[in-house]
Write a protein that binds this ligand. Structure first.
Ligand SMILES: Cc1cc2nc3c(=O)[nH]c(=O)nc-3n(C[C@H](O)[C@H](O)[C@H](O)COP(=O)(O)OP(=O)(O)OC[C@H]3O[C@@H](n4cnc5c(N)ncnc54)[C@H](O)[C@@H]3O)c2cc1C
Length: 273
């Protein structure tokens, strides 16, 4: 039988964002329910999340376990393993979070801390095996672990391509920007990158050659091969389905990528009318 609960705030997502929000609200003695489906968090491919004092290099699972222990001190916080299917308007200007299995939780505020989904380019063989090891989206997260290697910077922006030798020099002195041949400003960017000690090549990557996730070469669709040990490559990101559904069901202003617009008016106020 499905259950119904009333609380003050529902947080959807128990990653670093949702758990930090829960701790902050707990300090205000706020009644909070955090729901998480316990699917892989976004950085589950990483061997350890970096840059968080006191837990540098902790795995995402370690971080969640530690946060769970800290939050267990607060009587007003409940962690619940469940998937949030949708967020709807409820009576009295409140929100109703519908969980898989049919359970519902009503609250006066909902925090959607669901992270994002990195969409791996399906046509690039080897991408997923290297992701989070030698293919990195962010040098803050994994630059140190890839330092002093030969880096490729996959980018379709001439300004960043031109600046890449400078932008990544904290980690490596060997950068090659890898850009689409059709990128506007490609010739100027190549000249600027070379003047800064880097290089730029154009082409469409079709395959990553690697040994158990350690990259050693990039192959283009015309058969050319470029020796690289690390790629900085941010794939397309998409929103978690519950956010897109909430935008629709609550009538919140969304942007072209189906994210909540930063200047969207607060919905709970509108529901009261
Ligand atoms: C390979 C890789 C390495 C990274 N390394 C670092 C690093 O070293 N340092 C760093 O600061 N950052 C790192 N990041 C960035 C990192 O992903 C974010 O800092 C962090 O995970 C963002 O936290 P979050 O809470 O926003 O999202 P997430 O960690 O993705 O957490 C979102 C949670 O919401 C849950 N969820 C989603 N939808 C639902 C639903 N409908 N119902 C219930 N639960 C749901 C998911 O299961 C997940 O647990 C890395 C990212 C990647 C991809």
């Amino acid at each position: 039988m499905s259950s119904h609960t009333e609380t003050e705030t529902v947080i959807v997502g128990a990653g670093p964002a949702g758990l930090t929000a829960a701790l902050a609200l707990a300090r205000y003695r706020h009644r909070v329910i955090v729901v998480d489906s316990h699917h892989a968090p976004r950085n589950s491919a990483s061997q350890g999340a970096h840059g968080h004092i006191g837990m540098d290099a902790a795995t995402p699972a370690d971080m969640r376990a530690l946060a769970g222990k800290e939050l267990s001190r607060y009587a007003t916080v409940e962690l619940r393993e469940a998937h949030a299917d949708s967020v709807r308007a409820a009576d009295g200007g409140r929100f109703r979070v519908v969980l898989d299995g049919g359970d519902t939780v009503d609250a006066s505020a909902v925090v959607l801390a669901t992270g994002v989904i990195d969409v791996h380019p399906a046509h690039v063989e080897g991408f997923s095996a290297c992701w989070g090891r030698s293919v990195i989206h962010c040098p803050f997260c994994l630059g140190e672990e890839n330092a002093d290697r030969r880096w490729g910077i996959v980018v379709d922006n001439a300004d960043l391509a031109a600046l890449s030798p400078v932008a990544f020099r904290a980690w490596t002195g060997d950068t090659v920007a890898v850009c689409p041949a059709s990128m506007p400003g490609v010739d100027g960017a190549r000249t600027a990158a070379r003047a800064r000690g880097g290089d730029l090549v154009t082409g469409t990557i079709s395959r990553l050659h690697h040994r158990r996730g350690s990259l050693y070469a990039v192959e283009f669709d015309d058969g050319r091969v470029l020796e690289r040990d690390t790629l900085v490559w941010t794939p397309r990101q998409r929103q978690q389905p519950v956010v897109a559904r909430a935008i629709e069901e609550l009538g919140v202003a969304g942007d072209a990528r189906r994210r909540v617009r930063r200047d969207a008016p607060p919905v709970h106020r509108r529901h009261r009318h």
